[in-house]
Design a protein around this ligand. Structure first.
Ligand SMILES: Cc1cc2nc3c(=O)[nH]c(=O)nc-3n(C[C@H](O)[C@H](O)[C@H](O)COP(=O)(O)O)c2cc1C
Length: 168
């Protein structure tokens, strides 16, 4: 099947997650394109879509939110998997973020698209890359810094997408 993995990433860690999901699907014989949402020209010809964004202040990056809204009619008719990446520190991502699962301002779009699955994945904070305001936010909310992306979970989720695709 032909799959588009489309992502938004500010500092690159979500882009790397998208690449790994793409590689896992390729290993399972799917034809995969991995693209930043703002580089996607057309949704024509894809059998399925994996779409994700880093989370900043409880929201998806604007380009990803815009992509989901703009393409909701097409996406509603095809299989879609959504991921968000963000929480750092040990433990379940949803618990670290007090039960957050998906941006509230995308609830209507999410309901319309009716994705096969939604996952909230650990992310990475590299304080050296952040601007001053971001460093202050990270400090004030006492966020743990470091790379907490769990590649086993990410690869496992890609495997689940493959199973869903094969099950039709
Ligand atoms: C200023 C700031 C605000 C953040 N806000 C959230 C948030 O609200 N929820 C969350 O889960 N992660 C939050 N994060 C963590 C990022 O989502 C995480 O660093 C992510 O892996 C960044 O992805 P990127 O490298 O693709 O930009 C925040 C990080 C920064 C620096």
């Amino acid at each position: 099947m032909k799959i588009l993995v489309a992502y938004a990433s500010k500092y690159g860690s979500t882009a790397e997650i998208a690449e790994v999901i793409g590689k896992e699907l390729q290993k399972r014989n799917h034809q995969v394109e991995v693209q930043a949402v703002d580089h996607v020209d057309s949704l024509d010809g894809y059998d399925g879509f994996v779409i994700g964004s880093a989370v900043y202040a409880g929201s998806w990056i604007k380009s990803a939110a815009k992509f989901l809204r703009a393409n909701q009619d097409i996406l509603a008719g095809r299989p879609v998997w959504l991921f968000s990446s963000g929480p750092t520190g040990p433990g379940d991502p949803n618990e670290i973020m007090d039960g957050w699962t998906f941006p509230e301002n995308l609830t209507a779009v999410r309901e319309k698209i009716n994705p096969k699955d939604i996952i909230f994945l650990h992310g990475k904070i590299d304080p050296d890359k952040l601007n001053f305001a971001e460093r202050m936010i990270v400090k004030s909310v006492k966020a743990t810094t470091g790379d907490y992306r769990d590649w086993l979970v990410i690869r496992g989720w890609a495997g689940k997408i493959d199973q869903d695709l094969k099950a039709g």
